[in-house]
Design a protein around this ligand. Sequence first.
Ligand SMILES: C[S@@+](CC[C@H](N)C(=O)[O-])C[C@H]1O[C@@H](n2cnc3c(N)ncnc32)[C@H](O)[C@@H]1O
Length: 236
Amino acid sequence: MKPRNDPGYILRHFNAIAGSYDFMNTLLSLGLHHRWKRLAVEALGLVPGERVLDVCGGTGDLAILAAHAVGPEGRVVLCDFSLAMIEAGMPKIRRVAPAGRPDAVQGDAECLPFPAEEFDGAMVGFGIRNLAHMDRGIAEMHRVLKPGGRLMVLEFSLPVTGWFRRLYDFYSFSLMPLAGKVLAGNRTAYLHLPESIRRFPPPEDIKGLLERAGFGQVGYRRLTNGIAVIYRGVKR
Ligand SMILES: C[S@@+](CC[C@H](N)C(=O)[O-])C[C@H]1O[C@@H](n2cnc3c(N)ncnc32)[C@H](O)[C@@H]1O
């Protein structure tokens, strides 16, 4: 039986796909993830000089966008437990991020290696779904945010329209694993993605979870008929 969100399994999964992650992301989302990420970082409302944490930052797309938003006086830290994912993103970071930023730290989202009240903003893109204990990850982001600090979670969900959902099911359970097998040599890894998306709670439940974790003004915005959702909250 395949483990679900066992951290060892998740780490091996991302280590295995790190080299092809960016390419496959763009291919499988038909390029949409760039737009989702841009809107997600905009939702944080970053201003120059702020300090931002990118949890489960992977190859750094959100961190790069944030680094441009906070400018040379600001600070962006990418945190991920997969060194392979961080390293896979480094050539891109050197190419398109402002010089010398963001910083990258290897660390666990459920036990963040930062002091309390360190950041103005915290964000996590397509990472929270993978945590063994999502509530711990959310509590950790709450801890490292300053009072009034903003949280942004970008995560997959399911389409709201029936016909689109059926199309999406076919795409994600048939085409996606096939593309994973042919292009990345790893069918299992690309079956993990649609399965974990279906196990993930719906937006209203995530909203409740964020509120119970101590975030106020929680809201969410569905993107592309609900395939992706941007959640936002403010530390109370
Ligand atoms: C789907 S990728 C998302 C990467 C990036 N945020 C993006 O949007 O492209 C998920 C990332 O979460 C990381 N991750 C999963 N569980 C983690 C944990 N417990 N602590 C830190 N990173 C974790 C994985 O290594 C992987 O890089």
